[in-house]
Design a protein around this ligand. Structure first.
Ligand SMILES: Cc1cc2nc3c(=O)[nH]c(=O)nc-3n(C[C@H](O)[C@H](O)[C@H](O)COP(=O)(O)O)c2cc1C
Length: 199
């Protein structure tokens, strides 16, 4: 039975231990992404979110190219922890790449000059909502995921490898797979410091 909304929101965690042994079909993963793209809000209903789903070898390729890019920056000395981290992502089954279409954002800035400064912010906020919907939906299907940000370091490599339009700006990478580790202990700040009600 599907989990209720509150259980799913609470259950969404950063899961760093993931494997390729998933029981979910590729079609179901695609369905989740299509659902999120269709139903997640965007400012002015501009639908600026763009997604590339990398599965199997294509997913491996992303983490290979990210590792190579990082090696150039970090150097061979002390690269072992980074190498381990890249391996842990590559161990997963797939990665969701989140983009925002800058052509649409720029057109909105021209069309609605009053909100010019807000459109890039709203675009980021909408991307975050897409990330949350997909992260939570993957969790509901028994998968584990994390949210990563190797952009802008890997932007050019990604563009060349998957031929994505130049105006698609890479925002985040979400590697996912079968969970092999429990999430880390999580601390919660007191809610009375974070929330006020007035009536
Ligand atoms: C906007 C945003 C950016 C994040 N960036 C990263 C990141 O680059 N790498 C990473 O491992 N986790 C990243 N996280 C995950 C957070 O560290 C994580 O959600 C937080 O510590 C709470 O843990 P939980 O996801 O298990 O609930 C990010 C989360 C958010 C919302």
């Amino acid at each position: 039975m599907a989990k209720d909304f509150y259980t799913a929101v609470e259950g969404r965690r950063s899961i760093y231990g993931i494997s390729k042994e998933v029981s979910i079909s590729d079609d179901k993963i695609k369905e989740i992404i299509e659902f999120a793209l269709k139903h997640t809000p965007s400012s002015f209903n501009s639908q600026t979110a763009r997604i590339v789903l990398l599965l199997g070898e294509q997913h491996d390729k992303l983490w290979n190219l990210t590792e190579a890019a990082l090696r150039k920056v970090v150097g061979d000395n002390n690269f072992a922890p980074t190498e381990e981290k890249m391996k842990s992502f590559r161990n997963g089954y797939g990665t969701v790449l989140f983009f925002e279409d800058q052509q649409v954002v720029e057109q909105l800035q021209k069309d609605f000059a009053l909100y010019k400064d807000n459109f890039p912010i709203w675009s980021q906020q909408s991307s975050g909502m897409h990330q949350f919907v997909i992260w939570t939906a993957l969790e509901m299907e028994g998968l584990g995921a994390t949210l990563q940000h190797y952009n802008p370091l890997i932007d050019e490599d990604v563009r060349k490898e998957w031929n994505t339009p130049a105006h698609w700006k890479l925002i985040a990478q979400m590697p996912f797979g079968q969970p092999t580790m429990a999430p880390n202990e999580k601390e919660f700040k007191p809610l009375d410091e974070r929330f006020k009600t007035f009536k």
